[in-house]
Design a protein around this ligand. Structure first.
Ligand code: FE2
Length: 389
């Protein structure tokens, strides 16, 4: 492992802490911004968070324009419409506030302000030529880790599939992580986004691209989330648990940004693209079934995962110790009431072959996966997940 070659350049400046959002205006100024485009989740106002983000800008006299049209699993056209509004408003800084959807739209708007064309032109890897305008991300879930990744994921309205743009210019210049912004998240959102964050860490940890540094991030993230997700779910106002979850999400994001994600994410894509299932929930439902399939590909790492999750594997064979991780993960998801099957999500069973085909086109996560799946394998995993355990 220590001989493995890799390169890391994670340029996002991080400000972490309760009330960190009060430093937003200072951050805008440091990055040379004079007028801000605030890209926010449509529910931000009703969650009572809008004031917390707007107040520091108002106090500092920094003008801003609010774009609150972001909806879950946003289409590419939303990024184009947002960029058009941003151009019209004459802004020179973009701030994304919300879950992954708002942050991904903000990241895309930033690069569309300086690169020609439409969002569709930049799908794939490294197709963005120029840096965007300065962009700051403020997550309100814990979370997608989008505040520290170079990816923005959209629904391609034409193909009804999920599609990502990936490239260095998408790295946010700064991320403000304020756990107080997550205190009002409802339990089901805490659960789905928290398991998504755990999945980032786990998939990075067992990725074929994993290395010593990504492992450090991933192991700490899994430990934090495993220990604190139940607490944050049970008592949303528990600021210590919320802080630990936000740190876990951040570290999971940093792990995935360099080691990638795996088959859970690839198989979640069609659930979002074809049926509009939210990203976190889609991953959370699939997670135990994919782990069960994966363990033979890297049992040593899965044995580590069992230990990270406080399981006693003493006296067990490597194979059995790896399988302990499957049960620990199943407990983690069922404790926070993640549905136990695809049937619970009302996915039509006869669409499984089509879903499997699409999942295998999500090439990078499939290649990162510790077990190389065939089409039949993916169909079988969906079938098992359909029936549940
Ligand atoms: Fe994810």
């Amino acid at each position: 492992m220590t001989n493995k070659s890799f390169s890391i350049n994670q340029p996002t400046r991080i400000h972490f802490g309760v009330n960190a959002v009060s430093g937003l205006a200072e951050m805008v100024k440091e990055l040379g911004g004079s007028k801000v485009f605030l890209v926010v989740d449509s529910g931000l106002k009703s969650a009572g968070l809008a004031d917390m983000v707007e107040a520091p800008l108002k106090e500092a006299g920094i003008p801003f324009e609010i774009y609150d049209k972001v909806y879950p699993e946003p289409g590419l056209s939303l990024a184009d419409k947002g960029a058009k509004s941003a151009k019209k408003a004459g802004v020179d800084c973009v701030v994304g506030v919300g879950g992954g959807s708002a942050m991904d739209v903000a990241k895309a708007i930033s690069i569309l302000l300086t690169n020609h064309g439409k969002a569709e032109d930049y799908l794939g890897l490294n197709r963005i030529n120029k840096p965007g305008v300065p962009k700051i991300m403020i997550p309100t879930t814990a979370g997608t880790g989008a505040e520290v990744t170079f990816t923005a994921v959209f629904t391609n309205e034409k193909t009804k599939s999920k599609a990502g743009m990936n490239g260095y210019p998408l790295y946010p210049d700064a991320a403000i992580l304020d756990p107080a912004l997550t205190l009002t998240l409802p339990p089901h959102v805490t659960a789905a986004t928290g398991i998504d964050a755990f999945t980032h860490a786990l998939e990075a940890y067992v990725s074929t691209q994993a290395h010593t540094i990504s492992d450090m991030y991933a192991a700490e993230a899994m430990d934090l989330i495993n220990t604190n997700l139940g607490k944050a779910y049970a008592h949303g106002g528990n600021i210590e648990a919320r802080s630990a979850m936000m740190m876990g999400s951040l570290l999971g994001g940093k792990a995935l940004a360099t080691a990638g994600v795996g088959l859970v994410h690839a198989m979640a894509y069609p659930l979002g693209g074809m049926f509009g299932i939210g990203h976190g929930l889609a991953n959370a439902v699939l997670l135990p079934f994919v782990v069960e399939y994966n363990t033979i590909g890297n049992p040593d790492k899965y044995k580590d995962v069992a230990a990270i999750m406080d399981q006693d594997t003493g006296g067990l064979s490597l194979r059995d110790a790896a399988n302990v991780a499957v049960e620990a993960i199943r407990d983690l998801t069922s404790d926070v009431r993640i549905p136990g099957s695809l049937a619970d999500l009302n996915i039509p069973r006869n669409k499984i072959p089509k879903m499997a085909e699409i999942a295998l086109t999500v090439t990078r996560p499939v290649e990162n996966n510790p077990r190389k799946p065939s089409l039949d394998d993916v169909i079988a995993i969906y079938e098992t997940a359909f029936d549940g355990s």
